[in-house]
Each structure stands twice: as structure tokens, then as C-alpha cells.
Design a protein around this ligand. Sequence first.
Ligand SMILES: Nc1ncnc2c1ncn2[C@@H]1O[C@H](COP(=O)(O)OP(=O)(O)OP(=O)(O)O)[C@@H](O)[C@H]1O
Length: 285
Amino acid sequence: MVEAEAITQSFGEVKALDGVSLQVRPGEVFGLLGPNGAGKTTLVRVLTGVLKPDGGRAWVAGLEVAKEPHRVKAKIGYATQEQSVYRDLTVEENLLFRARLYRPKEARALAQEALKRFGLWPYARSLAGHLSGGWRQRLALAQAVVHRPEVLFLDEPTTGLDPLSRRSIWELIHQEAAGGAAVLVTTHYMDEAERCHRLALLFAGRVLAAGTPQELKAMAKERARFLFAPGASLEAVRGRPGVLEAWPSGEGVRLIARKEMHLEGFQEVEPSLEDVFALLSKEAL
Ligand SMILES: Nc1ncnc2c1ncn2[C@@H]1O[C@H](COP(=O)(O)OP(=O)(O)OP(=O)(O)O)[C@@H](O)[C@H]1O
């Protein structure tokens, strides 16, 4: 459904993408997790045909993106970080506008269906500019899928939303995947990465690892120890040989240490995705 093969892209001295390969299957929510500047938006721009990369190839919905960018655009939904809703149109008008671009004959029926599917009925006649951030983001998502695309690209769809709104946006993302769409979603929230079927950890333009959240954690446990030091001071823990990372956590200190180290008095804990990321980015530096 989505296949990227060794994509590279530089902006002057900056290597935004450095040989990125990945696949997203139909029915799957695939997360692209990485800090600011990792290259997430650049990859989405390449995969949606907005930006032609320096190197590598990409296929989306059976088409090679660089060769047929216009046909690709009709088959995908794309919600960018910049909110793409028109504030001075109503919710319904926004949906109609988008649907008409791709499937003019069915536009009215598609807009009605999206209003229902996304629970936007009560706001159909409200101006988009009057919606709260959470509902506007819901509209942005509805707009991206109103023409029933096979592949959906969502660039940080929950940035700036409160936890409850984020939760409901994630429910909708999974609803679209359950309907058969291949969904690629970028995020820098570690808890959101846990909600993906599979994910790739992107750092400085490179995929450090890819897999299900469970696979990534299992891989990290093979390579390092994840520990908690109750009542310890940060300085004391950081000073011990073999400690790769340490940070304050509740009544003690959390740390990542080399596998071969014997650290008596420490409790072994299950790594989170944040721990996995901390370990891999440390190794990559
Ligand atoms: N058009 C551009 N011109 C110059 N540099 C760019 C351009 N677009 C991206 N970059 C640089 O490429 C790198 C990757 O940027 P990108 O926006 O893809 O990262 P990101 O992972 O999406 O970050 P964020 O989470 O902040 O959106 C950054 O160093 C950025 O400054």
C-alpha cells in the first residue's frame, strides 16, 4: 500500500532523509515516531508527491509517486500540521468543498456520510472557525478521508489537543484503518506510538528500528537493562560506570544501563517506548 525504498533528501547541508525504507499495509496504523527535525514531515511530503526526493523510490496505492504524483493525490488523504480547514466556511461546506475536488458527482452523499461517521452532525451548520481545537482537528481528519482514500497520511494530527480529544482522534484513526485504509501517522508523543500497530523510530533522517511496540521493547531488552533506583540521587547514579542514561522519576531515578552490568539494589522495570527511543538514539549519536 505504501512502500518507501532508500529515500534520501537533503536541504543544503542538512540530510533530512538518509536512506529511509518502510512499508505500510492496508488496515494498519503505522506510526512514524521521532523528535523535532527527525525528518517526519519531509518523508510525508515525499510520499504524498509534494516533494520529489534526491534519491530512492516510493509507491503509494499501486502507483510510483514520482512518476504519477497527480494520480496518487486522488487516492490518498492528507492532513497536514497546518490546519487545512477553512474557518469562514461551515463544517458541512468544508467537507463538500473537499469531496467535490475528488469525486464531484458523489460529493453531497460523501459529505453527509463523513458528518455521520465523525459525529460532526450537531456542528454541520457551524462555522469551522467557531469550533474548539479538538473538533476542528476532527473536521480536518474527516476532510482528509471524505473521498474514501485507500491511504491516509496524518502529520501530527493531535498536536496541541488535550488528552481526551487526543483519545477520540485516535479512535477515529483506528476506525479508518479498520475500514481498510493504510494509515501513516507521524507523532512525537511516545504514548501515541503505543497505539500504532507498527512503527518506525526516525532519528536524524534514519530509521533506527521498526516493528510492533512489543517487538521494539523486546529488542531493547536484549541490548540493555532498564532499571529503577529507589531513593537514589541522580548524581550518584549518573556517576556509576555502565550507566547510559539516568533521569529523575518519582521517588527515585530511572536508568538505562549496559547489559553486562551488575547493579545491585536496582529494580528491573519494563521499558517504555520512550526508553527504547532513548537507548537507540544514544547508540546512534
Ligand atoms: N524546505 C526546507 N528547507 C530547508 N530545510 C528544511 C526544509 N524542510 C525541512 N528542512 C530541514 O530538514 C530537517 C527535517 O525536517 P522535518 O520538518 O522533516 O522534521 P520533522 O521530524 O517533521 O520535525 P517536526 O516534528 O518539528 O515537524 C530539519 O532539520 C529541517 O530544518
